[in-house]
Design a protein around this ligand. Structure first.
Ligand code: SF4
Ligand code: SF4
Length: 113
């Protein structure tokens, strides 16, 4: 999509732009362990790309998730972690993914971003 500086995009165009391509450093890992289905992550996601309605069934659409980390920040049960993009995992509703072991270098890189 061609954009002119200062222009306002028509409503609905966000869906046409796969904002997941903006994600370079980190991505959310939905742990599916302590989710209470509070829906805060879904309501807070600026891309509106998290779907789910029952406990441990929430997942983002990685075509649109830009890795901002808002979902992990607002989750009251800390059931979402931001992980390095290179450890990318699919999100399967109801399935608790195994966590990758992170080394100090990766953790430092994430905390400085
Ligand atoms: S990191 Fe979370 S809040 Fe941010 S775009 Fe991705 S799913 Fe939405
Ligand atoms: S914010 Fe956390 S507890 Fe609430 S629905 Fe999302 S993953 Fe589940």
């Amino acid at each position: 999509m061609k954009m002119t500086l200062g222009a306002v995009a028509k409503s609905g165009t966000a869906r046409a732009n796969k904002t997941g391509s903006w994600r370079t450093i980190r991505r959310p890992l939905f742990l599916h362990v302590g989710c209470t289905a509070c829906n805060l992550c879904s309501l807070s996601c600026p891309e509106g790309c998290i779907s789910g309605s029952t406990k441990n069934m929430y997942c983002p659409d990685f075509d649109f998730c830009k890795g901002c980390g808002v979902c992990a920040t607002v989750c009251p049960t800390h059931d979402i972690e931001m992980i390095p993009e290179e450890h990318g995992k699919d999100c399967v509703p109801g399935v608790a993914p195994l966590k990758a072991p992170y080394n100090d270098c990766e953790i430092k890189k994430m905390s400085s971003s």
